[in-house]
Write a protein that binds this ligand. Sequence first.
Ligand code: AMP
Length: 547
Amino acid sequence: MLGLMQSQPLLISSLIEFADRHHSDGEIISRRVEGDIHRYTWSDVAKRSRQVANALDGMKLAFSDRVATLAWNGYRHLELYFGVSGSGRVLHTINPRLHPDQVVWIANHAEDQILCFDMSFLPIVQAVHARCSTIKQFVAMCDADKLPADSGIPNLISYEAWIGKQSTQYSWPQFDENSASSMCYTSGTTGNPKAALYSHRSTTLHAYAAALPDVMGLSARDSVLPVVPMFHVNAWGIPYSAALTGCKLVFPGPAMDGKSIYELIEAEKVSYAAGVPTVWQMMLGHMKPAGLKFSTLKRTVIGGSACPPAMIHAFQEDYGVEVLHAWGMTEMSPLGTLNTLKNKQLGLPQDEQMKIRLKQGRAIYGVDMKIVDADGKELPWDGKTYGDLLVKGPWIVKEYFKGEGGDPLKYDEAGAGWFPTGDVATIDESGFMQITDRSKDVIKSGGEWISSIDVENIAMAHPAIAMAACVGMPHPKWDERPIIAVVKKPGMEVSRDELIKFYDGKTAKWQIPDDVVFVDAIPLGATGKMQKMKLREQLKDYKLPTA
Ligand code: AMP
């Protein structure tokens, strides 16, 4: 017997229609590429998304055709999120920090039909447009009078001219909720990039779950600043959850430096922010010397790479901001776990609570996870045993776009397919997961594993260290020994021996790095993550003093 409830497909258009009807005057604030602050409402987003949809219909774009963006977090990008997907096309957010050759490869692989870009990225588009064989129309996301006359890009139009002539009325089409809605290529370190292809169903379910109080906990009372880019896994789904909750959204545009972000938080009374650790590192680096404090910021989600405990302490103790440590992947839309304490843990002493908060958190309903050994056997949840982390759920990929890389899943005895995350983790009795490492970054010393994240976290707690990356170096006796590459904070000093001594009592002796290498910068990838492969290349002539 079937239930007798209405069946309505979960479509992205329903999110913007809801925001329009119930939060029409909710504010959307954007710092624009031009430098000024743009203000409008959810009602305006809805109107202009409908204009985008009409523009795409006018160009006869087919269902599921791809529309690409090279854009910062801003209001026009938000309109494309809803207008492109809502009308049945697929939004392909391209990471502008990729090498132009990779942009070409990705745009051709996705068979993008249109590319909308912020004017900051005009040089990239000028460099690549002739090689993007499927793109029929380039759209500069600017006012009509700002369109460069001599861009060299054939038939270039401005976004405002493109949508400006369209009707603000549109009847969103209804279709199968499993239809593709958006796509994002992973920053994969080997081989060609592979794309996660999200669906309306996966995106809407993810938006629901993300808004739960123990997940992102977004609400209509919040003023939310997603620093995490809209070109990186849909800004962790915040644009969708924002429409669902009607929160105020504050977009930083291209100004991602600590000072600009801090000023925006204060000016727009931001209560909630989200971003990767490197961004917050810059902001705290700006605030501390100037003695600045937050007047409204209450919570921040930090993820994308391990949040150093020193940062969680600083936010909480120096600034009264609660850090929600989160973990996820492009392949997971991206949310997998988020760290909020359970009722039974609230009575624990502060230091015990802090130990839990440092972990990557517990699974959200919609994500099932387990750790397994090399034979695929499930390992215990004791907080000590570590293994390969596998996940499954309705917003996790089952395969990559165009079947790239074959079937990525691992199947259990019951035939259920699990996605191997490539992360190594422990899970404790209460279900809190802690990432030990990327499986390829784990250091194997004398048959024991050393977590590079643990080694980095200790260095990051030293007041003179701005950034730290731990890698294994070949050793004749121990196979590998850890070394730590560090960037010093400007004007601060620490010697090799002082830093090594700093590890005393903080970790087991054999886990203390054998050496310190001072570097000007740690190579960062397109999504702000440390690129250890590049670092290892840079250190290829390095010789361990202990070897
Ligand atoms: P991406 O798909 O580019 O977002 O990268 C996903 C990977 O980032 C994960 O598989 C983890 O290795 C890493 N990652 C994400 N969040 C965290 C976190 N909170 N702690 C440690 N690693 C993380």
